[in-house]
Design a protein around this ligand. Structure first.
Ligand SMILES: [Zn+2]
Length: 79
């Protein structure tokens, strides 16, 4: 398994790509979606589910909404 290239910010390019994608989708819908991207599966299963994404380098990234995001969804009544 090869490592993912790293950006100047210390994130891998693949994680940054996922964050950018979610930010763009959020910008189009007018609703931000803050996420965290981790290479480790979540310890606690989120009620919104965990989405695993395998990048071309063979690393699986797990996308989860941030706790702030979940709080905002709760306030808006989104399930
Ligand atoms: Zn990668």
């Amino acid at each position: 398994m090869s490592a993912c290239p790293t950006t100047a910010l210390g994130r891998t390019e693949c994680a940054q790509l996922l964050i950018d994608q979610m930010a763009r989708i959020g910008g189009e819908t007018g609703e931000g979606c803050e996420i965290t991207v981790s290479t480790a599966p979540p310890l606690v299963t989120s009620p919104y589910g965990a989405n695993g994404y395998e990048c071309p380098h063979g690393t699986t990234y797990w996308i989860e909404p941030t706790s702030e995001q979940i709080m905002r969804w709760n306030q808006a009544g989104v399930r």
